[in-house]
Write a protein that binds this ligand. Sequence first.
Ligand SMILES: Cc1cc2nc3c(=O)[nH]c(=O)nc-3n(C[C@H](O)[C@H](O)[C@H](O)COP(=O)(O)OP(=O)(O)OC[C@H]3O[C@@H](n4cnc5c(N)ncnc54)[C@H](O)[C@@H]3O)c2cc1C
Length: 636
Amino acid sequence: MNTNNSIENSMNLAEDSRQQEWKHPSFASELFQGRFRWDLIHPFPEQNYMDKMLGDEYLEVLKNCLVKHIDPEKVDREQQLPPEALEALKAVGAFRMKIPRKYGGLGLSNTNYARAISLVASYCSSTAVWLSAHQSIGVPQPLKLYGTEEQKRKFFPKLVNGALSGFALTEPGAGSDPAHMQTRADLSNDGRYYLLNGTKQWCTNGPDADLIIVMALTQPKLVHGKERKQISAFLLNMDSPGVLIQHRCQFMGIRGISNGILRFENVRIPAENLLGQEGQGLKIALDTLNSGRLVIPACSAAVGKYCMHVCRNWANEREQWGAKIGQHQSVAQMLTDISCETYAMDSMAQLTTSMADQERFDIRLEAAMAKYYGSERAWKVVDQAVQIRGGRGYETATSLEARGETPIPLERILRDIRINRIIEGSSEIMKLFIAREALDPHLKRIFPLLKPGKPGNKLLAALGLLAHYTWWYPRLWLPAWSLPKVKFLNRHNRKHLQFLSRTTRRMARKLFHSLIHHRTRLQDEQLLLGHYVDTAALLFTMSACLSRTEQHIKAHGSQPNLQQLTDTYCQKARTEIKEHLRNLRSENRKNMEQISSHLLEGHYAWMENGILKYNDSRTVAESGELSQKQNKKEMV
Ligand SMILES: Cc1cc2nc3c(=O)[nH]c(=O)nc-3n(C[C@H](O)[C@H](O)[C@H](O)COP(=O)(O)OP(=O)(O)OC[C@H]3O[C@@H](n4cnc5c(N)ncnc54)[C@H](O)[C@@H]3O)c2cc1C
């Protein structure tokens, strides 16, 4: 298959699996349309009293269970979560938090579930991954979304009784791009079962799971005379004959997770275990990830809070050059960044999970932005915390403890958190996803003109397009008096709100200009679109912080400390936004493209001199073995 065909296939599959319609309002989608819908996010949603009480009680139970049964350093060192810890977690219902009460689960709200997982993540990330792989993306979530009543009655009780689950989409040749999937599920002639063959890579919980959701190719369908790949989703019992654990994987961080390569050889899956319809598999996977990835921003915020706690104590205690290190400006700057970013991550995560609970918003963009922003910023925050701890930040907690120091595990946290920028949609893929959704309203209007069709229909589409843009575009130039009608308590916040309203329209105008300039090729302009995505993500975080601070002031009166934090974050975000909007015109793209092609073509290979390359060590070792063998032969 040539490259163009391969790209087209991937794009077609991704398009077919996209949720096409927007049934509910989306704050983030409106931003890209130039509309700053403050009314959608303010008042900042407070968790309702009963739900909060329920969450508080459960968090207490969970906290006791963690401290009693899990030693995170041991989990990391021994690269496993002990079976008794798993049993203890199961006993307190930690593996059925997301299963509806109707089927015997705890039925926690998204907010309480995020609170619970982030509490666990602040203590032991590996344990958080066990829980989250099982119920954020494993069987409970897709079963809840797409299962028939019969399937729910069959599988939920198994899960409630302790069956562990996982999610198997990735393959050796199909990472971010599922169109390259090779695993097949062929329907038997009598239609009673599917025969599953193939390999799934990096399935978290997979090696220990009882039940997984697995995505596989089924019979292709014909679209305009061309074959289109169909991916379907299946509920698979892991004790089925032909399921093999080929390899247990080990990683830089989250070392206590169970993760492996699964091989399927003629595995029979009963036809009634098909989830949804044939061909709906990728959509099921993407929908599952849409809600599943809400946990990552919450965990990112939790890690930020942990860093604040560590740095507050350390920077107050440690003295160098005649002063507490927190008083040196460079350290103070890092402390400020950590505080501001944590407030931003936390506000964004709370807002998004609460929106999910309210079930009156389409949160696919907000969830993706929160995942992207949270995983990127948390990585920086932990890095800064390591820096503030100096050598102790780099030393393992076990080693610190052995020599009588407080075993603060920042070294482990840095290793653990790195994965969040890769899993459940890498940062690059999140940006593409957000950009595609951002352009959707424009593309929906433009595509009918580009597709082959009757001239009459095209004329109608063109008139519709003209009518829309003559009304929509001039409004983007209106001055800031179209500010949301809201009584602001703080004059700084009012200024930030004006900036948000003004910049939202500016961004939408520029996006429209880019669309006119690049037309449908805009979808390939990843760097350009990346600046729009970063701008929108920052507009969203700023809005979340402002809404939360205002709400807090309203409830508790003037809050100078909080206001200062909000103000500083907003100033920082505004500077970044201006930079992104300036970079839209950047001329560096050509250089970048040329340098990366030179690198790929080996023109800079001369710079790689003077190092031992990964193949060299093997070659040297092999040649050593060879000469040893030869020596032996000669001696014989
Ligand atoms: C610890 C761990 C746990 C995991 N758990 C699971 C699991 O439970 N279930 C499961 O199915 N999978 C799981 N995965 C797989 C994970 O989701 C993938 O690693 C991820 O989707 C990326 O795929 P890849 O690693 O093959 O990278 P690739 O897709 O090969 O991408 C490599 C790089 O290229 C970038 N890239 C790729 N395509 C584009 C593009 N079009 N534009 C710009 N940049 C691009 C990526 O962002 C990345 O930086 C896990 C992985 C790990 C490491």
